[in-house]
Design a protein around this ligand. Structure first.
Ligand code: SF4
Length: 262
């Protein structure tokens, strides 16, 4: 029921919130509150979290469905002309763009074939990866190598990388600001590679690429679209090491990947 105490703009804003809620698109937030225009910065906290397009100036009484900008970012990063992995690595440099640079030993950019048809995206480097500067070289990496070989491929024939390139202290989950800062480099790697299939290992990789909160347990084994490419979701090998009971699901997922790649 309409709340007569609310001013018209707030009433329309509430309608938008309800619309998002009905779509299940919560929680939503702005990337940095300080970036908000003054007119938006003054609205209450939850309202400030809406990814309201600049064009939405609340001139219509009816809540027009807004564009579904589900990304972690308010706008998709602009597409670039084709660039090589070497160019992307060079631009990353000795990166200090986020606080993870303070603790890392090595930037773990990614490795594999620049012509890979299959790309694996994990979460971030662990201790062994940080020491060696290579992705997936610890116990989970050995398991991933086993998965790759079970697909009839060599590790050197695929490409392996992570959402973030520097090890979080204590192997904690990467924080949102770290993912926001680092993931554009992942997107550029994927745009450069444009593989037949991107396999997300675990929820951080999947949520970063889909740009929304999803449960890996619920959506594993499914294919998604990402910028004209196919995305697939499965568990992170480290999760399987901790939960051997999901072995059968992982085998099913590997079978699906194998079928997809033909
Ligand atoms: S995690 Fe990414 S953005 Fe942060 S310092 Fe490392 S390379 Fe830079």
């Amino acid at each position: 029921m309409k709340d007569e105490r609310l001013p018209p703009a707030a009433e329309r804003l509430r309608a938008w919130l309800e619309f998002y809620d009905e779509l299940g698109l919560t929680p939503l937030y702005r990337r940095r509150r300080s970036d908000a225009p003054a007119s938006e910065a003054s609205v209450p906290q939850r309202a400030a979290t809406l990814p309201v397009p600049a064009a939405a100036t609340f001139v219509s009484a009816a809540p027009t469905p807004p564009p579904l900008t589900l990304s972690l970012f308010e706008e998709a990063p602009p597409r670039r002309e084709h660039e090589s992995l070497e160019q992307i690595r060079a631009e990353l440099g000795e990166c200090t763009r986020c606080k993870l640079s303070q603790h890392r030993r090595t930037i773990v950019f990614g490795e594999g074939s620049s012509h890979a048809q299959l790309v694996f995206v994990g979460e971030g480097p662990g201790a062994e990866e940080d020491a060696q500067g290579r992705p997936f070289v610890g116990r989970a990496g050995q398991l991933l190598t086993h998965w790759i070989e079970s697909l009839g491929l060599k590790r050197s024939e695929v490409y392996i990388c992570n959402v973030i390139k520097c090890r979080p202290p204590g192997n904690r989950t990467p924080e949102r600001d770290e993912i926001e800062t680092c993931s554009p480099f992942l997107f550029r790697q994927l745009e450069s590679l444009r593989p037949k299939l991107i396999c997300c290992l675990g929820s951080v990789a999947l949520q970063t690429l889909l740009g929304k909160s999803v449960s890996i347990t619920r959506v594993r084994g499914q294919f998604f679209d990402w910028r004209g490419l196919k995305l697939f979701a499965t568990f992170h090998p480290a999760y399987l090491l901790r939960n051997p009971g999901v072995q059968r699901e992982v085998q099913e997922d590997l079978r699906r990947i194998c079928q997809f790649l033909g």
